[in-house]
Design a protein around this ligand. Structure first.
Ligand SMILES: CC(C)(COP(=O)(O)OP(=O)(O)OC[C@H]1O[C@@H](n2cnc3c(N)ncnc32)[C@H](O)[C@@H]1OP(=O)(O)O)[C@@H](O)C(=O)NCCC(=O)NCCS
Length: 185
């Protein structure tokens, strides 16, 4: 059965949806020598921090309050980033559940010494949970895709969500089975 993409909890009043463009965000940053690894290119962790920052801004905007990173998956580094590059981190909400959101992020680099258009150097998908002041998950507005590309991203995010849940369930079942057999204790 397909999971409901919107909060269909009878105890939760329906929240009006928000279009994708309402929270879409770009964060731009010039890379410096302080950002490099031993090879002289930009450290992956620096890019991951920017990705988390941009995605967090989007999740906060969409949900209208605090949101915490629940997971980060499929962080892909496609090309090295170099000192002097102007990096643009573009993020949008791809999918919403009841209290969580998947944010998709694309990382582009404008090479400081080339006139070519920005190159895509990375991508990532993060899940954020909207939380209240006590850190308890709270409902989020459904995201309203505005274009066919937004709709494709929503459908792909739903597939990733299904796989995350299935993987977590399978691992939990395996651990329970091994514990019942007296293994791994
Ligand atoms: C994320 C967090 C709020 C989830 O709390 P919880 O008590 O497990 O609450 P729930 O099980 O109801 O999960 C809330 C939502 O997050 C989703 N979620 C929780 N853990 C997840 C994970 N590892 N991956 C993907 N989604 C996750 C749930 O599916 C649920 O989504 P839904 O309401 O849309 O169906 C809690 O684990 C937390 O506070 N983690 C620390 C977050 C943090 O500090 N982040 C900064 C990184 S250092």
């Amino acid at each position: 059965m397909t999971e409901q993409a919107t909060g269909a909890d009878p105890d939760t009043p329906e929240i009006p949806g928000k279009p994708t463009s309402a929270s879409r965000t770009t964060l731009s940053h010039i890379m410096t020598h302080a950002d490099t690894n031993l090879l002289g290119t930009v450290h992956g962790g620096v890019i991951m921090k920017l990705v988390d920052d941009a995605a967090g801004a989007v999740a906060g905007r969409h949900s209208g309050g605090p949101a915490v990173t629940a997971s980060m998956d499929e962080m892909a580094f496609l090309e090295p980033v170099r000192v002097g590059d102007l990096v643009h981190v573009k993020a949008q909400v791809n999918w919403t559940g009841r209290t969580s959101m998947e944010v998709g992020v694309r990382v582009l680099a404008e090479r400081w010494n080339e006139s070519a258009p920005a190159t895509q150097v990375g991508s990532a998908y993060l899940v954020f949970a909207a939380v209240d002041a006590d850190g308890t998950p709270r409902p989020v507005p459904p995201v309203l895709p505005e274009t066919e590309r937004d709709e494709r991203r929503r459908q792909e995010a739903q597939i990733r969500r299904t796989h995350r849940l299935a993987r977590r369930r399978a691992i939990t079942e395996l651990r329970e089975k091994r514990a019942a057999e007296g293994l791994d204790v």
